[in-house]
Write a protein that binds this ligand. Structure first.
Ligand code: IMP
Length: 437
């Protein structure tokens, strides 16, 4: 009954999609359990490039069941566009994609609220959201009386609920904009969303029961985290976070699968650090070095194309994220991006108000005042993109990986040195098939 989980340990964009894609062939089902169309990944397979946002990349492999659970927030036009894009390229998208009837639905008012809240942030830094309506939709879920779940779209009363909520949201938007807005037309929104619901109907299921049955029957299930642990709503750098539990603790709540089935947690890190949007990032290099990392790592958002902030590896933050997520093993991605660096720094502690700290602070103000304390390691100044075995990596690169492993408290068992599948190394006895048991 093995469940394998892939979780990002930084601020998202750790190239988890590549690891998920590699592990998919050894699994029967791939599960997306939190977040929404704020995430995105690019998968290159058979010479074709696919950009996916909500649908697990397992959809590209015949025989793999893709599951979107109730912890996800779903924007119907955007998932339908993803489905249509895949169908147009000859990829089968039928019952091999099931979506929870418990998933909350993003409506036009969520998009509008997200845009307005971000543009009106005064006296503070904007969160820098992806403007996909994620926060407002999760907010309504917690508020309960103005939320609509996918299953509700097939019940009597759907039309009345949409019209009631649209009226309430018009009052809210009027107050937020000083009346300068185009009022939402509940009847029109209902008509449009009823059509989306009809198209999504063949995919709707009770995914919690599906997953529990599958795991009890010994099926191999891969859980794919979106964003990264430091963006977790409860445990991340609040308020500069996303609105779901994006660390390992969110796997059970998002999917309905209890911890006893989660057998292997793979923590994914980049060999350096990146962050998109607002919020403190102690090791940020807002300079030529940061630009060098951005250029070599192509650090521009998959969803929004925003340039990512780049910096050195923050082992204080990543160790916290690894412990929180219950990580068993590490995958270090984009190692080749550091190939030209004469020396490489790792942040091993913070100095906060003159005190040395190795514990990640719970308050964002403290993190903002944190000055990184670096350990400097020699670079390897060699092309690693063609290396295929860990033992053949330059000695300085192996030393760097060893240090990351010591600092994070887990072995590095996967190393990636480029976007292609072949540019991935597994520790001695680990093959992608072995990862699933
Ligand atoms: P939201 O998830 O759109 O509400 O955005 C909240 C914060 O999370 C912002 O700083 C975003 O840049 C960040 N964020 C959301 N999704 C991703 C992602 O997939 N990768 C990296 N950052 C993300």
């Amino acid at each position: 009954m093995p469940g394998t989980c892939v979780v990002g340990l930084q601020w998202g964009d750790e190239a988890k999609g590549k690891i998920v894609d590699l592990l998919t062939e050894a699994h029967d089902a791939v599960v997306r359990y939190q977040g929404g169309a704020n995430a995105g990944h690019t998968v290159v397979t058979g010479g074709q490039t696919y950009k996916l946002s909500l649908i697990p990349s397992g959809i590209l492999r015949p025989g793999v069941q893709c599951v979107i659970t109730g912890g996800v927030v779903l924007n119907p036009p955007s998932i339908l566009a993803e489905i249509d894009g895949l169908l147009a390229r000859g990829i089968k998208v039928g019952r091999n994609l099931i979506i929870s009837d418990r998933a909350h639905v993003i409506f036009p008012w969520h998009l509008e609220e997200d845009r307005l809240i971000e543009s009106q942030t005064s006296g503070g830094e904007a969160i820098g959201t992806t403007q996909r309506g994620i926060g407002p939709c999760y907010g309504d879920k917690v508020r309960r009386n103005c939320a609509i779940r996918l299953g509700d779209m097939y019940r009597g009363g759907f039309c009345d609920t949409v019209e009631r909520i649209a009226k309430e949201k018009n009052l809210l938007l009027a107050a937020m904009t000083g009346q300068k807005f185009v009022p939402l037309d509940g009847a029109e929104i209902h008509a449009r969303y009823a059509k989306f619901a009809e198209r999504l109907k063949p995919h709707v299921a009770d995914t919690t029961t599906y997953l529990l049955d599958a795991l009890e029957a010994g099926k191999r299930v891969l859980f794919e985290g979106a964003q990264g642990a430091l963006l977790d709503i409860d445990h991340g750098t609040f308020p500069y976070v996303t609105s779901s539990n994006s660390s390992g603790v969110g796997i059970s709540s998002g999917s309905g699968v209890p911890g006893k089935y989660l057998k292997k947690i793979i923590g994914v890190v980049k060999a350096y650090g990146t962050r998109v949007g607002g919020g403190p990032f102690p090791t940020e290099q807002d300079n030529a070095l940061g630009q060098h990392l951005r250029d070599r790592g192509n650090e521009y958002g998959t969803v929004t194309r925003r340039p990512r902030r780049c910096g050195w590896f923050d082992a204080v933050a990543a160790r916290y994220a690894a412990r929180l997520s219950g990580v068993d093993t590490l995958a270090v991605m984009l190692l080749d991006v550091l190939d030209e660096s004469p020396e490489i720094k790792i942040c091993t502690a913070y100095e906060i108000d003159g005190q040395r700290e190795t514990i990640f602070p719970s308050q964002v103000d403290s993190l903002r005042r944190a000055k990184p304390v670096y350990e400097t390691l020699p670079g390897w100044r060699q092309d690693t993109s063609t290396v295929r075995h860990m033992a053949e990596l330059p000695a300085a690169a192996r030393r760097y990986l060893q240090r990351l492993s010591e600092l994070l408290g887990s072995p590095v068992e996967i190393v990636s040195v480029g976007p292609d599948r072949e540019q991935t190394m597994f520790a001695a006895d680990l093959t992608s098939a072995a990862m699933s048991v």
